[in-house]
Design a protein around this ligand. Structure first.
Ligand SMILES: *Cc1c(COP(=O)(O)O)cnc(C)c1O
Length: 380
């Protein structure tokens, strides 16, 4: 997942992702304006949602991001190994034996229980390093973090620990990208309940953060001091329920090239399971891409591609390495570009379309595109 292959010299894999880093820079500016006065911590987990962790991280550092967020220790280490010096928060749960690596690499930790605070403090005291932590409150997601009404012991423990610096306090939404705002509003309320710990003591709270992309778009009360957009930074909306209210630019273009052309007769079957049957003479092309690249098999029977600026159906089942496309009576030639995501002529296919075809969310479409597909970065 952290491996970011470029196209090997002498090979020219026809299937590739082209990532426009200037679109990511543009989106960062748009998100900053939308969240202001709150700051933005771009979330770059899962290989920056498939866009290439290091290339995206470097670009964001160059344009003035103040902090980056990832989910796993390994992702933070990959950014550090690439020479990125920004503060980095690892938002996910951590194991005690990982703590020394966090500290040695100046990665900010998610402190999600009193036990974790104790383990972090012990490790920091033993190494003489300072641990910068964000305290995690569970306001209704039901994963890591202490319950909002029982957060005080965590806060007490963190402030009592001598080798800890409390940088932030945060929670995470379960439904902020859905149409019904009720549960997200309840989570905001619960978060404020936990934040009373600082109010009651007349203390200034650390950096408070709650909003993911859905919260940034739909729950202004959740912006607080910092927002954590992931998918929006890549110009993709988290669901069909949110308003497409920002002037974002999709950063990713996924293309391949026609590798075979044939004419099928009426009654001819195409693909595994022989599920698709032709009812006329028509032209069928093969593309060298499949579910083994992350072109999800669940899109079989629904997916479309663009060839020569026109939209055509993927027919039959999507296989591991190849898909077939009917171009009807139109012309297509070996070597023609086929657009899986992006613009072709006046037509456009969005990541959100693939999510709809696969019956999943855009996050999964992006992170399913695997390392077999080379990334080419533009505008870097
Ligand atoms: C993934 C994640 C985000 C970003 O979510 P998006 O829906 O992509 O904006 C923010 N915060 C945390 C803790 C996450 O795990």
């Amino acid at each position: 997942m952290l491996h970011e292959p470029t196209i090997a010299p002498g090979t020219d894999r026809p299937t590739r992702l082209t990532v426009d880093l200037s679109a990511i820079a543009h989106n960062f500016a748009i998100l900053n304006a939308a969240a202001s006065p709150a700051r933005v911590m771009p979330i770059l987990k899962a290989n920056a949602y498939g866009h290439g962790l290091v290339a995206v991280g470097r670009r964001l550092e160059a344009i003035g991001a103040e902090i980056l967020g990832v989910a796993y220790l390994e992702e933070g280490l990959a950014l550090r190994q690439a020479g990125i010096r920004l503060p980095i928060l690892v938002t996910g749960g951590l194991l005690d034996d990982q703590i020394p690596l966090f500290l040695q690499n100046h990665l900010q930790l998610c402190a999600s229980s009193v036990d974790k605070v104790r383990a972090i403090e012990a490790s920091a005291a033993a190494t003489g390093l300072l641990a910068r932590v964000h305290l995690k409150v569970d306001t209704g997601m039901g994963r890591i973090g202490v319950w909002w009404e029982h957060a005080a012991p965590l806060f007490d423990a963190a402030y009592a620990a001598e080798h800890l610096v409390v940088e932030g306090v945060f929670s995470h939404f379960a439904t902020a990208d859905e149409a019904d705002p009720g549960y997200a509003a309840l989570q905001v309320e619960r978060f404020h309940h936990a934040l009373r710990w600082w109010v009651d003591r007349g203390r200034l709270p650390p950096v408070r953060h709650l909003a993911n992309s859905g919260g940034l778009l739909q729950v202004p009360a959740s912006h607080l001091d910092l927002v954590r957009p992931g998918i929006l930074g890549f110009g993709v909306y988290p669901s069909d329920d949110v308003p497409r209210s920002l002037a974002l630019r999709p950063a990713l273009r996924w293309t391949t090239r026609v590798s075979y052309f044939k004419v099928v007769r009426p009654g001819c079957r195409v693909g595994y399971g022989a599920t698709w049957v032709s009812d006329r003479h028509e032209r069928v092309v093969t593309l060298p891409v499949g579910y083994g690249d992350g072109y999800l098999r669940a899109m079989s029977g629904k997916a479309q591609v663009l060839i020569r600026g026109r939209r055509y159906p993927v027919i039959g089942r999507i296989a591991m390495d190849q898909v077939m496309v009917s171009v009807g009576a139109d012309e297509a030639y070996n070597g023609d570009e086929a657009v899986l995501v992006g613009t072709g002529g006046a037509e456009r296919i969005e990541v959100e379309d693939l999510a709809r075809w696969a019956g999943t969310i855009p996050h999964e479409v992006l992170t399913a595109i695997n390392t077999r597909v080379p990334r080419v970065h533009l505008g870097g």
